[in-house]
Design a protein around this ligand. Structure first.
Ligand SMILES: [Ca+2]
Ligand SMILES: [Ca+2]
Length: 396
């Protein structure tokens, strides 16, 4: 009877403490009797003894604290859409390019005005496909395939779009990166020629196109990613049909390194910063979301997550990783980061998704993806994780 009574009292105290900050839960703290302390007096008992307060020294941390900074806010940009891609300016303004499903028209959206402004680029040509975006120096570039050509639309400081064919007869898959002053660099696959090619926007005249690598077959399963280093040199990560990962750099002539990893034919990602090269991929064996770096000299695995597809990577100014990928089973968009110290993962959006993109700028994590079933382009963002899990749900 005594045992049953003691258990009952403890349960009542814990229940009151969870919902009522003014409750006298602190009075229950008595290690000698096995009851649980509320050391910071926030009304929640310490997790160390079975309570729900994951930090009993900080009254701002408890299960009912504001968690809005730790969740993604999802905004639906547009419907009837496909193939979204994202670029984010240094201050955090997002630029999204995508194609309309019915006409294949090229569409653009930005949250620069504070709310989303949508635009259809009527002179871009149809059907447009495989778009990519880049922003730098106040210039927004949208590259895309139209008819048989690889084309670019350029807008400086919000002025009207200027259209141009970069490469005639190719450019089925393309990526774009802008230098800080605004000049554009592109890489693209020409399936007919069997080439992975690169070009930099000329000051005048035609684009000079260089071959980065050549491949056989139809080019299927050749994901790639481009990053510029601080000197503006392009680095191109690409997967050969064998699964081999290659990293090419143009520092004078092109040189190519074969990485000690084999990858699946899904999205891959490259970031170059002062600490080294950082890549994300799905290994041929297992397919776990993987980040590797040569920042310590040799290439080594920095993180492994769930079985995945279409992984993307960003690195913030303090060197923390921000990973976005689709989980292999449900196809949800998942986010992982070590920005708060230890790695954490969370689901961004619990729907089947495709075409994930991620960027970090202006103190926030920015993502774009396609909600696949409804063909809705969605933007989701959150604050960069810190060291504090304010509401004790395991997400910082
Ligand atoms: Ca607390
Ligand atoms: Ca939390």
């Amino acid at each position: 009877m005594r045992v049953a009574l003691a258990f009952s009292v403890a349960a009542v105290v814990a229940t009151v403490a969870c919902g009522d900050v003014s409750s006298p839960a602190a009075d229950a703290g008595d290690p000698d009797t096995g009851t649980c302390p509320d050391g910071d007096g926030d009304g929640y008992l310490a997790a160390a003894c079975g309570g729900t307060d994951c930090d009993d020294s900080d009254p701002a941390v408890h299960p009912d604290a504001d968690e809005s900074g730790e969740d993604f806010t999802i905004e639906e940009i547009d419907g009837n859409a496909a193939e979204p891609a994202l670029a984010v300016a240094g201050g955090g303004v997002a630029h999204v390019v995508y194609a309309g499903i019915e006409l294949g028209d090229l569409r653009y959206a930005t949250n620069g005005p504070g709310s989303w402004r949508l635009e259809t680029l009527t002179d871009a040509g149809v059907p447009a496909s495989h778009p990519a975006a880049a922003v730098g120096g106040g210039v927004v570039h949208l590259v895309h395939r139209v008819a048989a050509d690889f084309a670019r639309a350029r807008s400086e400081s919000g002025a009207a779009w200027v259209y141009e064919v970069v490469y005639a007869g190719g450019g089925q898959l393309s990526l774009a990166a802008a230098e800080p002053a605004g000049a554009l660099q592109v890489v693209f696959l020409d399936f007919d020629a069997g080439t992975l090619s690169w070009g930099r926007e000329p000051d005048a005249g035609a684009w000079a196109i260089e071959t980065v690598d050549t491949f056989t077959g139809d080019g299927a399963g050749l994901p790639m990613s481009m990053a510029l280093d601080s000197g503006g040199n392009p680095h191109v990560l690409h997967r050969m049909e064998s699964g081999e990962l290659r990293l090419a750099v143009r520092d004078g002539p092109w040189s190519t390194e074969i990485l000690p990893f084999e990858a699946r034919a899904s999205g891959i990602a490259l970031v170059v910063d002062a600490s080294g090269r950082h890549v994300a991929f799905q290994p041929a064996l297992g397919g776990l979301a993987t980040v590797a770096t040569d920042g310590g000299g040799e290439w080594e695995i920095a993180w492994e997550g769930e079985a995945s597809r279409d992984i993307r990577l960003a690195v913030d100014g303090s060197g923390a990783y921000h990973v976005l990928y689709r989980d292999f089973g449900a196809g949800n968009v998942r986010y992982a980061s070590n920005a708060g110290g230890e790695w954490q993962e969370q689901i961004v959006d619990g729907v089947v998704a495709a075409y994930p993109s991620i960027a970090v700028a202006g103190g926030r994590v920015h993502t774009v993806f396609l909600q696949d079933v409804r063909n809705v382009v969605a933007y989701a963002s959150r604050a960069i994780p810190d060291a504090v899990d304010s509401d004790c749900d395991g997400i910082r």
